[in-house]
Write a protein that binds this ligand. Structure first.
Ligand SMILES: *[C@@H]1O[C@H](CO)[C@@H](O)[C@H](O)[C@H]1NC(C)=O
Ligand SMILES: *[C@@H]1O[C@H](CO)[C@@H](O)[C@H](O)[C@H]1NC(C)=O
Length: 306
């Protein structure tokens, strides 16, 4: 994990030491506190055994489901989504069901843990935006662009960029924002743009309405009951930088999901929420991912707390 230590804590507020005092006093002078939203977002598509998209929506636990991932792009006109063996032809009907019957927002995330994506040029970014529009969003059928989910229209696109460099995602965001009604979200690591997969330039466009911050797999900012400073410092950094976006606390849905960041359900209500709801752009909680959440039922246990 040496790579984590080498990364710069670009999001740590300079006033981090003062947080110790504030936390100690239990009084943080922040902006107006946000209320509960019961807004739970979950990633779906990383394990065939997680069950169908429809089943996830029918639990009533989630307000947003993010299909993951469109994992191959930036290589000319070849694009490919990896749904871990789910039957893509069934997904279209499930998307429509989720949207109509459950009022669930359904997004497609691009990127992921693979290394077959990048945006080498501004043109590659614009081409990807056009592809997303015609293949998954509101674009009409265009010759040569198949729609993997048929006529289902997704609400928007999420960026989950861990590899392949950070170039041209700002161009992608601008092009996508030019299309009507596309919700743009991003799911960055909690330390932000220190690694090769930074999305700082994209975020700087101000076009992203939601930021799901991954508070796991990174000891520099994951939540720890015994010392909350690093978590809270990171959260405040995001809140200060992006006051116009809704912020989501990204948590692992089970203890065995990530190397760190697991928070017991009771601690979500007792320890995490009192901190994050101090910021008025608190939006909710994001869970990684549906497979673990179906297995353990974590989302259902925390939903009334968030
Ligand atoms: C449907 O979801 C949207 C976005 O989450 C929300 O604003 C709206 O109030 C919901 N509508 C109903 C009828 O629940
Ligand atoms: C945690 O990080 C490792 C190393 O980068 C990665 O392989 C793994 O997929 C990550 N886990 C999650 C849950 O993101």
């Amino acid at each position: 994990m040496a790579t984590f230590r080498q990364r710069r804590p670009s999001l740590m507020p300079a006033a981090l030491p003062f947080l110790v005092v504030l936390l100690f006093l239990g009084a943080v002078a922040g902006p107006a506190a946000a209320g509960k939203t019961e807004d739970l977002t979950v990633f779906w598509g990383r394990n065939k055994d997680e069950g169908s998209l429809r089943e996830a929506c029918d639990t009533g636990t989630y307000t947003t489901v993010i299909i993951s991932f469109l994992s191959v792009f930036g290589h000319g006109s070849y694009y490919s989504a990896d749904l871990s063996g789910h039957d893509a032809s069934a997904v279209g009907a499930d998307i429509k069901h989720c949207q109509a019957a459950n009022n669930v927002t359904v997004l497609l995330s691009i990127g992921g843990n693979g290394d077959q994506y990048s945006l080498p040029t501004a043109k590659a970014a614009r081409d990807l935006a056009d592809h997303l529009w015609h293949a998954y969003l509101g674009g009409r059928r265009r010759r040569g662009v198949p729609r993997p989910f048929g006529d289902a229209v997704l609400h928007g696109v999420d960026l989950y960029v861990d590899h392949g460099g950070s170039a041209n995602y700002d161009e992608l965001a601008r092009r996508l924002a030019g299309y009507k009604g596309v919700l743009l979200t991003v799911t960055p690591r909690c330390m932000g743009d220190g690694g090769e997969g930074g999305v700082d330039a994209a975020l700087a466009t101000g076009l992203f309405r939601r930021i799901h911050v991954r508070f796991y797999n990174d000891t520099a900012c994951s939540f720890r009951s015994e010392d909350k400073r690093f978590f809270y410092g990171s959260w405040l950094g995001w809140a200060e930088r992006f006051p116009a976006a809704k912020l989501y606390v990204g948590l692992p849905a089970a203890r065995d999901v990530a190397s760190d960041g697991w928070v017991e359900a009771e601690a979500v209500g007792a320890e995490v929420m009192p901190l994050v709801r101090e910021t008025n752009n608190y939006g909710g909680v994001m869970l990684w991912n549906r497979y673990y959440d179906k297995r353990d039922g974590y989302g259902l246990r925390i939903k009334h707390m968030v």
